[in-house]
Structures are given as C-alpha cells and as structure tokens.
Design a protein. Structure first.
Length: 144
C-alpha cells in the first residue's frame, strides 16, 4: 500500500491527531513560515498557502472526513503521475520524490505530534499548579 502526501503531512501531524493538536501545529507553522518574517518571498507565500489550505480542510470535520476517505481510496490504488488528483494534492513531479518526501515527513510529523502533545501537557500542568497555588494562598491569607 503506497502512502501519499496529504494535508496531515503538510501540517506535520498524525492522521488521527485531535483538533487541538492540528490547531497548535497550524499556529506554529504559520508563525514560522509567515511571509512577513521572510521578506514576502515567493517561497514563503507558497508555503503559507499550503499550510492555510491544509488547516482549512482539517479544521472542518466534514471536509476532514472527505479528505480521509480520499486518502483511503488513493492509497488502495496508487495514482500515476499524470493523474490530476496526484498533482493537485502533492505538487510532486515523480513517485520516487513523493516516496522520499513522505518517508522524511513521517519522521518529522511523528516528532511534531509528540512534541505538541508534550507541550500541551506541560501547559495543563502549569495551569493546575497556578490554580492550586492560588487556592492555597487564599486559604492561608483568609481573614478569620
């Protein structure tokens, strides 16, 4: 079964990533590749358009479901290079290039997914600690 390049790969997230991970990945990538940070270069504009279109699909549950179904259909029967769907989704020129790219992105998105989950867990833990500290300080300094 051939693995194709998808919107999940563009945002560097796992295919079963929850919406909050997709949102965090979008925010991180859009800040990193924003054209204003790169002097409005054509490459930065192209990358941010890819990121924006991937987020538009993956943030909408019905469009995400359609995209997942499209992935299943196309991975079952790998398209040839000349087919329009292949060119539209990947922008790749050859199957060999697509295979190398997905192999690299699989490693990257796995790290990004776990890093974002770790970062979110740290933020939740810090929030809980702040709440506990606030609660205990109120008890400690309460007038009796």
């Amino acid at each position: 079964m051939a693995r194709i390049h998808t919107h999940y790969d563009n945002l560097k997230v796992a295919r079963d990533a929850p919406p909050e991970v997709i949102r965090a990945a979008y925010k991180t990538l859009s800040q990193k590749y924003h054209p204003d940070r790169h002097g409005n270069s054509a490459e930065a504009i192209r990358i941010i358009q890819i990121i924006n279109s991937a987020y538009a699909v993956l943030s909408d549950p019905s469009r995400r479901r359609e995209h997942d179904e499209w992935i299943l259909r196309n991975e079952a029967t790998p398209p040839s290079i000349g087919e329009p769907e292949f060119r539209e989704c990947t922008g790749m020129q050859s199957n060999a290039h697509a295979h190398r790219s997905t192999r690299r992105s699989r490693r990257r998105h796995s790290f990004a997914y776990h890093y974002l989950r770790y970062e979110m867990a740290l933020q939740r833990a810090a929030h809980k600690l702040r709440m506990m500290l606030d609660r205990y300080s109120r008890k400690l300094f309460r007038k009796t």
